[in-house]
Design a protein around this ligand. Structure first.
Ligand code: FNR
Length: 348
């Protein structure tokens, strides 16, 4: 018996397979690395008040996200550079996510086309950065709709890209444009066209919803008042996220921002999800108790993809789901609805 938990072996196993610059690119945070460094510990800081003498003979961690039934509330966060981890990149990731009955977030800087992704049958959400040239964004949205995207995830924490102190020049030398921007519409785009729009306001939510006919989820919210602004502007969902500690360094851990955001939109139909540092079943239990409908994992999915492609991704998601199920049983909560804030001790 014993040995290391498989999930805990993933990063070093991936490091043995990936070019050094790619490993560093995946793992790093911005600036001094404060936020990336404390994300997981902030989840582990919560304490539970488990219920006893409740029937936990049958546990179902399944739920729906924006109306899509999922076998697990553990979803995969959008991330770029997946073809650096696996020759099939997002397509290998998509097949693993699909096997686990989950949902895939697809970066607007993906290395597979939306049509190819749609053909895998995975339920997927388009993550979009609105760029200065709205015509380019419009064309990308239309292609995503044609590829069967079920939601648009608008990332709002990136008016500019966070500085990574130890950014390896070499990652950009290794990647070919098609591996990064497979969905860039044909055209003679300038750097200014492609630059991220830094003058957005909540009206962009309605614009995206109207253009696509899809629910819009705002990713990168850390404050209750911002969540309320997004909800008032028509958002269907909020992802509490600090971009895995890759944008404003020192941003509050998502484990601590989640209660405020959940409270700000309580009683509405807005679904709240969260990501950042989630590595164990107990972290997921905490997130759901604090009001999240689902969680996203970012780096662990990249490590799993690098280590064992599609089966690795599927195993990561099923292992985390098994851990959640186990924790739910120990906590006296047979399904996600039974996970409420009173499961956690003060201070929450
Ligand atoms: C990201 N993330 C990200 N987010 C986004 O909205 N669009 C993107 O293209 C990317 N790209 C990206 C690349 C890499 C290498 C990483 C590690 C992350 C952020 C991602 O969606 C998510 O918010 C975090 O990764 C969640 O934190 P953990 O689970 O990695 O700790």
């Amino acid at each position: 018996m014993g040995g290391m938990r498989w999930i805990d072996t993933l990063e070093s196993a991936a490091a043995g397979k990936l070019p050094e610059a790619v490993h560093r690119y995946y793992r790093q945070g911005s600036a001094a690395g404060v936020s990336v460094g404390e994300a997981t510990a902030a989840w582990s800081a919560y304490r539970f008040r488990p219920r006893v003498l409740t029937d936990v003979s049958s546990i179902d961690p399944g739920t729906t996200v924006l109306g899509t039934p999922v076998a697990t509330p553990v979803l995969v966060a959008p991330s770029t550079m997946q073809r650096m981890a696996d020759p099939d990149g997002e397509l290998a990731m998509a097949r693993g996510v699909s096997a686990a009955g989950s949902v895939l977030g697809v970066s607007s800087n993906a290395g597979s086309t939306f049509a190819e992704l749609g053909a895998t049958g995975v339920p997927w959400w388009l993550q979009i950065y609105v760029v200065r040239n709205r015509d380019l964004t419009r064309q990308m949205l239309d292609a995503a709709v044609a590829g069967g995207a079920r939601a648009v995830v608008l990332t709002v924490d990136t008016p500019v890209v966070g500085r990574k102190e130890d950014e390896g020049e070499t990652v950009w030398d290794l990647v070919e444009p098609g591996q990064l921007l497979a969905n860039l519409p044909a055209g003679d785009w300038s750097d200014d066209d492609l630059a991220k729009a830094d003058d957005l306001d909540p009206d962009v939510i309605g614009w995206l919803a109207e253009r696509t006919g899809l629910p819009v989820v705002v990713k990168g919210v850390l404050r209750g008042d911002d969540a309320k602004r997004c909800a008032d502007a028509g958002a269907a969902g909020i992802i509490v996220s600090n971009h895995g500690g890759r944008q404003l360094d020192g941003s509050i851990p998502t484990a601590r921002a989640l209660p405020e955001v959940a409270e700000a939109v309580a009683g509405s139909n807005v679904e709240v999800d969260v990501d950042g540092g989630i590595r164990r079943g107990e972290h997921i239990l905490t997130a759901l108790a604090l009001g999240a409908r689902a969680v996203f994992v970012g780096r662990p999915a990249l490590w799993a993809l690098a280590v064992d492609s599609t089966p690795g991704v599927a195993r990561l998601l099923t292992d985390l789901t098994d851990e959640l199920t186990h924790a739910m049983r120990l906590a006296g909560a047979p399904n996600p609805t039974a996970l409420t804030p009173d499961l956690l001790a003060e201070p929450r």
